[in-house]
Design a protein around this ligand. Sequence first.
Ligand SMILES: Nc1ncnc2c1ncn2[C@@H]1O[C@H](COP(=O)(O)OP(=O)(O)OP(=O)(O)O)[C@@H](O)[C@H]1O
Length: 247
Amino acid sequence: MLLDVVNVSKKFILHECRGDRFSNLITSIIQAKKFKKDRQFWALKDVNITLEQGKSLGIIGKNGSGKSTLLKIINGTMLPTTGFININGTKSALIELGAGFNPDFPGRDNVFLSGMIMGMSKKEINQRFDEIIDFAEIKEFIDIPVKYYSSGMQARLGFSVAIAVKPDMLIVDEVLAVGDANFKEKCKNKIAKLQKEGVSILFVSHDISEVSNICQEAVWLEKGEIMQYGPTDEVVRAYKEFINQSA
Ligand SMILES: Nc1ncnc2c1ncn2[C@@H]1O[C@H](COP(=O)(O)OP(=O)(O)OP(=O)(O)O)[C@@H](O)[C@H]1O
């Protein structure tokens, strides 16, 4: 199995500051501790998922249902409170594209920096460098500091580096929501090409039709719990009914 998510739960501690009335507010500012309340919050509760190599899984659910938290735990940037993750292969994540770039360094240096963080050797990056900047369409800006790039340009370069890693599993969080129509189309085509080459896609999106296009299976999260998990069309049907009923 490429991915095993076993009994994963995630607890956050929420720090609240309460000031019911103006005087309380003033006191709470002066004596912050007195009015501060800590509350436990379970963002994920006992989540179990498996993914075979070559298959793609969509994660759907309302705002705050735990989708991004689950992706961060699978990506290893956040630890679960209980449970564990097993990944038998390499992964690359399209989350907050370009967020890891150093704004003062030119695009060229950032390609090497983030490529190496994602596990590529300098030689591999050199071999794929032209492919990376061609896909990002920023050839003429590659020696300019990234702080002068538009957010779309940063996203294009981030996407380009992440897919150059050629992973077994590509983790995609709402990335198709950024960038212009042309870039979105390119990303979709690239994702489809990677799938044909056997790459598994783990896909979070509010665009249900995109999830149906990309994923054979889907999991629907509600308040951190799995409501339904199985073939995408069945899960999407149940989710849409739920949304219509609660509207
Ligand atoms: N670092 C954190 N500390 C405290 N609470 C958090 C933290 N990160 C997320 N949460 C809470 O956990 C819950 C799940 O958040 P998450 O971002 O995973 O939801 P989501 O399904 O991805 O939402 P959206 O569709 O809006 O992106 C939310 O209630 C959120 O406020």
